[in-house]
Design a binder for this molecule. Structure first.
Ligand SMILES: [Zn+2]
Ligand SMILES: [Zn+2]
Length: 350
């Protein structure tokens, strides 16, 4: 099979690799469409602590099941029975099942977590092997929308961690794909959502995805707008989808007394926070990582709101041009919201 293999920092090449073979409990999936994620860019640049080469990246994908490992080897699909020929969304996480968080229903932060495309071969390839229990049937969706399920699941985890309801005001900092996913999931719950970014095109997308208010931080003071927007209360929930220390610092100011802050942005930097705010506001500050048990809800959201989400897809490349696509995404963050690679067309696999 053909695969786009990252062979060194900032070097990706198309290679011919042996087709992977599913073992019992695994499925062979023919990749249809795979998205390029911000975390793929970090890995590609060698800035992910787990960057290792050579590796086939890619964890946001749709595909068709073309073979199942020998039956009887265990493993039940999570989203319903899966058969050969079926289109699936794939939860790209392989937790150990035994560590402290795994034993407590938090496999998303498994201490020995394997993520497709980071620790094990991913979907920038014609075929990928995955555990059967990571498959979610998606025959009623098209391949592109199905590839959006995984990034949407990151937003679903954020609103689940932040217990977002239709009564809440939610301020989302950062309108990259994750911020947009948070917006989509919070708006779907009926919350009022305000989105902050410095890139006008991203804010325009947020408006189309249902943000009640957008704030261009290059021009306006988000804290003042949030105060006005909430009648002085502050936002019930503040989400950081930037990983910027200044944003996380400001979150404790713009969040309501008794409010929640959810950090999903990734950074190796540190931030200092005024301790008095923890008690004065009785804040709940949460991290959010991958998803724990809400992937099926992400499939459901894409099923209900998929057409509206299609605006997030900004560029499309064939797999053969993956090296060019990842370079484009790296150098054009303002216009590359979601870059997709098409691998196989949507026709029934033979
Ligand atoms: Zn991702
Ligand atoms: Zn574990």
């Amino acid at each position: 099979m053909k695969a786009a293999v990252t062979t060194a920092p900032r070097r990706m090449e198309i290679q011919e690799l042996a087709d992977p073979v599913p073992r019992p409990g695994e499925a062979l999936v023919q990749v249809e469409v795979v998205g390029i994620c911000g975390s793929d860019l970090h890995f590609y640049e060698g800035e992910n602590p787990y960057s290792n080469y050579p590796q086939t990246q890619g964890h946001e994908f749709s595909g068709r099941v073309v073979a199942l490992g020998t039956p009887g080897g265990g493993g039940q699909p999570s989203g319903g029975a899966v058969r050969v020929g079926q289109r699936v969304a794939v939860e790209p996480l392989v937790p150990c099942g035994e560590c402290y968080p795994c034993q407590r229903g938090r496999p998303n932060c498994c201490t020995r977590l394997k993520v497709l495309g980071i620790h094990i071969p991913g979907a920038f390839a014609e075929y990928v092997v995955v555990p059967v229990e990571t498959l979610y049937p998606a025959d009623d969706l098209d391949p592109e929308l199905t590839s959006l399920v995984e990034p949407i699941s990151i937003g679903m985890q954020v609103v689940t961690r932040g217990t977002v309801t239709g009564e809440d005001t939610v301020a989302v900092f950062g309108a990259g794909m994750i911020g947009q996913a948070v917006l989509a999931c919070a708006a779907d719950r009926g919350a009022r959502v305000l989105v902050v970014d410095k890139v006008a095109s991203r804010l325009e997308l947020a408006g189309r995805l249902g943000a009640e208010r957008v704030v261009d931080a290059a021009q306006d003071d988000p804290a003042a707008v949030i105060a006005e927007w909430t009648g002085g209360d502050g936002a019930a929930v503040v989400v950081d989808a930037t990983g910027a220390p200044a944003v996380i610092r400001s979150a404790v100011d713009v969040v309501a007394y008794s409010g929640r802050i959810v950090v999903v942005g990734i950074s190796l930097q540190e931030v200092s926070l005024p301790i008095s705010m923890f008690t004065r506001k009785e804040l709940t500050i949460l991290g959010s990582r991958n998803n724990a048990g809400v992937f099926g809800q992400a499939v459901d959201l894409v099923r209900r709101r998929g057409e509206g989400l299609r605006v997030l897809i900004t560029q499309r490349y064939p797999l053969a041009r993956a090296p060019e696509a990842i370079e484009f995404a790296l150098h054009n963050p303002a216009v590359a919201e979601k870059v997709l690679l098409s691998v196989h067309d949507g026709a029934e696999a033979g």
